[in-house]
Design a protein around this ligand. Structure first.
Ligand SMILES: Cc1cc2nc3c(=O)[nH]c(=O)nc-3n(C[C@H](O)[C@H](O)[C@H](O)COP(=O)(O)O)c2cc1C
Length: 178
């Protein structure tokens, strides 16, 4: 297992994948690791759909809205995250929007998934550009289902560089109070 800081530095949005397939077992393991993520009230408001092989080729247009993410046509696998809050929680969060932490929960799940994949030698890219209607139809889920994020998964093309992280100066985002 990689040292945690190295893992954080190595995880990056990968947009060029080689032909090497991702196994169903790898996808399942990644999602099992993701499912360990914490969530508000342990609500776990998610369902993960792993799309692999030929199905991934068919799925790619679901994340190519407005002509974006064209590179996903060569991506061997995807994990689509469905928002699955349950009927009561959905009603409550519609009324008490301040108590809706599902966005945070999905974000945490996504972080766990991308880091777990990287630790297993796979690369990822989080995809916010997606067509939720198309995804619901593709996965046979009810109309109106929400898919807040999709994650591209695969093996980076050979020689794909690990980029230096492009982040705000740390002093701008951190303040120590003592
Ligand atoms: C919520 C979210 C949505 C994103 N959507 C896309 C996307 O649709 N397409 C894409 O190529 N990258 C997408 N990204 C990747 C970001 O551009 C990327 O994480 C950011 O530039 C930092 O780079 P890094 O991931 O390589 O560290 C998304 C990232 C997040 C967190």
């Amino acid at each position: 297992m990689m040292e945690l800081e190295q893992l954080f530095l190595k995880r990056q949005s990968t947009r060029k994948y080689c032909d090497k397939p991702v196994t169903d077992e790898e996808l399942e393991k990644i999602c099992r690791m993701g499912a360990l993520a914490p969530s508000a009230k342990n609500s776990q408001p998610w369902k993960m759909f792993a799309v692999n092989g030929e199905k991934a080729k068919e799925f790619a247009p679901c994340v190519q809205m407005f002509g974006a993410n064209k590179w996903t046509s060569a991506c061997p696998a995807f994990i689509a995250i469905e928002l699955n809050r349950g009927k009561l929680a959905e009603k409550i969060s519609e009324i008490y929007t301040f108590a809706d932490f599902s966005g945070n929960d999905i974000g945490l799940l996504t972080a766990y998934i991308t880091l777990a994949a990287e630790d297993m030698g796979l690369q990822t890219c989080i995809l916010g550009i997606r067509d939720e209607k198309k995804i619901a139809k593709f996965l046979g889920e009810p109309e109106g289902s929400k898919f807040p994020l999709v994650i591209a998964v695969g093996h980076a093309e050979e020689g794909y560089p690990v980029r230096t992280k492009d982040r705000k100066p740390f002093e701008d985002v951190f303040k120590l109070i003592k």
